[in-house]
Design a protein around this ligand. Structure first.
Ligand SMILES: NC(=O)c1ccc[n+]([C@@H]2O[C@H](COP(=O)([O-])OP(=O)(O)OC[C@H]3O[C@@H](n4cnc5c(N)ncnc54)[C@H](O)[C@@H]3O)[C@@H](O)[C@H]2O)c1
Length: 365
């Protein structure tokens, strides 16, 4: 009863008050009962619009700082002024890291490059593999070898990468199911460029919207052969070359979030199983080969906007994929680049056997 009377008294007092006074007097009780509405109200009234930005500079070159004083001043704000527009690069440009720039970089950034490394990239003719090849070229690779089953595209992309960067780039028309061809091609890389430091295995195919009960076993075997056996044969050939030379190395296997979660709504048991196999293969090789200083890690992308998914039959499903992705988009073709360079570089020296999911948040739900 006493509480009800107090509430009624408070309500009549508040009704008689001018607005700001209501805000002050009511603040404590409202905070107790409905904190969110209070902060929302405050945010609306607190539009910050300063006319200048006070700055303090502690810099040996700044006036007065050498004598122990800092430099204090204010920058006027022009109404409506914006950050300067970023310098526009030619969209398709690939700028290799110059030796001179590298030598001036701080040690942390130097370790995040692939300066001087020989890099083999499978599936580098197009899509994610091609973009990772470009990223490695920009990050300092000494030479790049593209292994791909597509003669025309592979040759074209190698010529283009060389023409854009001036770097030595070779294309090997190799099917990742063909162990002998892989061994011959890897030996040629060793002979021409030296032992590879890095393998990025991006070659792969996808079958989806096939129910398990009607899956053709021959198709199933083919996909496993390309995605899983291919990852093994490539790792084996490059790993052996690294061991023979006593050279540390990094192997990056492109798996998929499908190796960890089951995609929705399409049925694709074989693809999912193949990528789970790639992840476990990566962990097993990492454990076995740590003693040779060979690191093995996986990148597991979510849905990426590549030719692999540019199929009209998938248009309706893409809307569902986006709606289930917190970032509400598919990954761009270059969204793996930073992670690829990091895993290839010495900056990830203590990382092996990891599987890094890069999916715009898809697997969070
Ligand atoms: N695109 C996605 O949404 C997505 C998502 C997760 C994982 N991945 C994986 O990323 C990798 C690259 O995918 P992408 O989207 O760039 O595909 P993509 O089809 O654009 O490129 C794949 C490349 O691999 C080559 N390739 C295919 N079979 C081969 C074989 N037997 N031997 C040698 N080369 C072969 C192709 O010629 C092609 O150049 C694949 O392993 C794929 O499973 C893709």
């Amino acid at each position: 009863m006493a509480a009800a009377a107090r509430t009624a008294r408070m309500a009549s007092r508040l009704a008689a008050m001018p607005r700001p006074a209501i805000a002050r007097a009511g603040a404590r009780s409202i905070t107790q009962r409905a904190a969110f509405s209070v902060s929302a109200g405050r945010m609306k009234s607190e539009v910050i619009k300063e006319t200048e930005v006070p700055v303090s500079v502690y810099n040996p070159d700044a006036k007065g700082v050498a004598s122990g004083n800092s430099d204090h001043f204010s920058i006027p704000i022009k109404p409506g002024s914006r950050a300067p527009a970023p310098i526009e690069e030619e969209e398709d440009a690939v700028s290799p890291l110059q030796e001179k720039v590298y030598s001036q970089m701080p040690r942390t950034l130097q370790r995040m490059t692939v300066m001087g490394k020989v890099i083999i990239i499978t599936g580098g003719a197009r899509g994610l593999g091609n973009n990772m090849a470009r990223a490695c070229a920009e990050a300092g690779a000494k030479a790049i070898a593209i292994f791909d089953a597509n003669q025309e595209l592979g040759d074209e992309s190698a010529a283009e990468l060389h023409q854009k960067t001036g770097l030595p780039v070779s294309f090997f028309k190799v099917d990742v199911r063909d162990g002998n061809a892989i061994n011959a091609a890897v030996q040629n890389v060793v002979d021409v460029y030296g032992t590879p430091d890095v393998l990025v295995n991006s070659a792969g195919i996808a079958d989806s919207n096939i129910k398990a009960e009607t899956y053709d076993p021959a198709m199933f075997r083919r996909l496993i052969d390309i995605n899983l056996t291919g990852s093994f044969l490539m790792s084996q050939a490059v790993g052996r070359a690294m061991m023979a030379a006593g050279k540390p190395g990094s192997i990056v296997l492109v798996a998929s979030m499908s190796g960890t979660v089951v995609n929705y709504p399409q049925e694709q048991s074989c693809y999912n199983a193949s990528k789970a196999g790639v992840i476990q293969l990566g962990k097993s090789l990492a454990a076995e080969w740590a003693k040779y200083n060979i690191r093995v890690n996986c990148i597991s992308p979510g849905y990426m906007d590549t030719a692999l998914n540019k199929v009209p039959a998938l248009d309706a499903q893409k809307k569902i994929w986006k709606s289930l992705t917190p970032q509400e988009r598919l990954g761009a073709v270059d969204d793996l680049n930073g992670l690829c360079v990091f895993l290839a570089s010495d900056a990830s020296g203590y990382m092996t056997g990891s599987n890094v999911i890069i999916d715009g948040g898809y697997t969070l739900y």
